[in-house]
Design a protein around this ligand. Structure first.
Ligand code: ADP
Ligand code: MG
Length: 365
């Protein structure tokens, strides 16, 4: 690898934000609602999770479960109106960002916590060359001159493996393929050396081979820069290789979180179990996914009791009548919000078959 012109993260003493005991981010009982003409959509209903330095957390859930809204609330880019944070805290290095003024929030956005969006084409400006757009980060935030900032942009484009970066620094977004555009987005997102990178479905618009390459790149950059990485996805297959922990979202709540292998081997929430069973098996090609029956709830009318109960094959009276318990600790790094989490673990033997399938999947890639 060529020696990087881009400075690595400043030594901790020089940074104004310093994590305590390695904890970068604590999302604590976050609540977000959207007030629309049709009614109030309860999009986020008490989401809590932590992110440590150098850790990769995947947030997994079906479309509409509140993944993007969680990311927007952390970044402070929620669409207000109609979206409002109605409770909870988002602590970055111990400071609640939600109660800071916009000037502080702006200084955190991009430089401390950066984001990669699903759709690079609409996130990039079509009328400016890509190199210029990356260089602007250095001009605006680091006060660099034109020549130096462009040189930095070339180095970053090289780092994200854009072939012929030096020649293509003046090309426009539409002159790149979808995968290359996503690489440019990633280059922009890491330009200011953020401590946290949030990637919201970064590969959803790409074909399978390119997906794997982009995931690989994100994993490399994460390790190189010791970033905390939040990978948002509806596709467990995409993140299983790179994530340390997985948090599963349903109807604006995290229903289970665990280390990747634990989660695969023995899900302790019926929803997670259903998601795992819906992953195509390598030995059953051509079969339909064993999708979970039913639909996620309308967020304006979340069912009483546990929000998942209408789709849950284990549901009992208590699930219909009493709210689901808060995410509670079951093992060292494992939490579940099911009344019957313990029983589920006992009743269902270790899902070694599935774990094997995953292992096979890894080896094939
Ligand atoms: P996903 O998990 O697919 O990323 P989102 O976080 O984007 O889901 O959205 C969660 C829910 O929040 C949506 O189902 C919708 O009810 C609500 N929502 C999100 N954005 C808006 C908006 N701009 N206006 C109204 N409701 C919204
Ligand atoms: Mg989304």
């Amino acid at each position: 690898m060529t020696e990087s012109f881009v400075e690595t993260r400043a030594v901790e003493a020089e940074r104004s934000w310093v994590p305590t005991d390695g904890v970068l981010l604590e999302v604590d009982q976050l609540q977000v609602e959207f007030r629309t003409k049709e009614g109030v959509a309860h999009a986020i209903n008490g989401v809590s999770f932590d992110l440590r330095e150098g850790e990769t957390l995947a947030i997994l859930g079906e479309s509409g479960s509140g993944k993007s809204v969680t990311a927007q609330a952390i970044m402070g880019i929620l669409d207000t109106p109609p979206g409002y944070v109605t409770g909870g805290e988002v602590r970055y290095c111990g400071t609640d960002l939600l109660s800071q003024d916009e000037e502080i929030r702006r200084s955190v956005r991009g430089a401390e916590i950066a984001m990669v969006f699903q759709d690079a084409l609409s996130a990039l400006n079509p009328v400016f060359p890509v190199g210029w757009q990356i260089a602007e980060m250095f001009r605006k935030h680091r006060g660099m001159n034109r020549a130096d900032s462009l040189e930095q942009a070339v180095r970053l484009m090289e780092r994200v493996q854009i072939p012929g970066a030096r020649q293509r620094v003046k090309a426009f977004p539409h002159q790149f393929s979808g995968g290359m555009r996503q690489r440019i987005m990633i280059a922009m997102s890491i330009a200011l050396d953020p401590a946290i990178l949030i990637a919201d479905e970064p590969t959803t618009a790409l074909d399978v081979t390119v997906q794997a390459q982009i995931m690989q790149l994100l994993a490399e950059l994460q390790a190189e820069r010791k970033m905390g990485l939040i990978l948002i996805t509806h596709d467990l297959g995409v993140v299983a290789d790179v994530a340390d922990r997985i948090a599963v979202m349903y109807a604006g709540k995290i229903v289970e979180s665990a280390e990747v292998f634990e989660l695969y081997a023995q899900p302790q929430h019926p929803y997670t179990k259903g998601l795992l069973e819906s992953i195509p098996r390598l030995d059953q090609k051509g079969q339909d996914l064993a999708a979970i029956g039913g639909l996620p709830p309308n967020l304006m009318h979340i069912p009483d009791g546990c929000a998942f109960h209408p789709r849950c094959k284990y549901a009992q009276d208590i699930c219909r009548e009493e709210p689901a318990p808060l995410l509670r600790q079951l093992g060292k790094s494992r939490h579940s919000a099911c009344h019957f989490a313990e029983d589920l673990a006992v009743a269902e033997p270790t899902n070694s078959e599935l774990a094997d399938t995953t292992q096979q999947g890894r080896e094939l890639r």
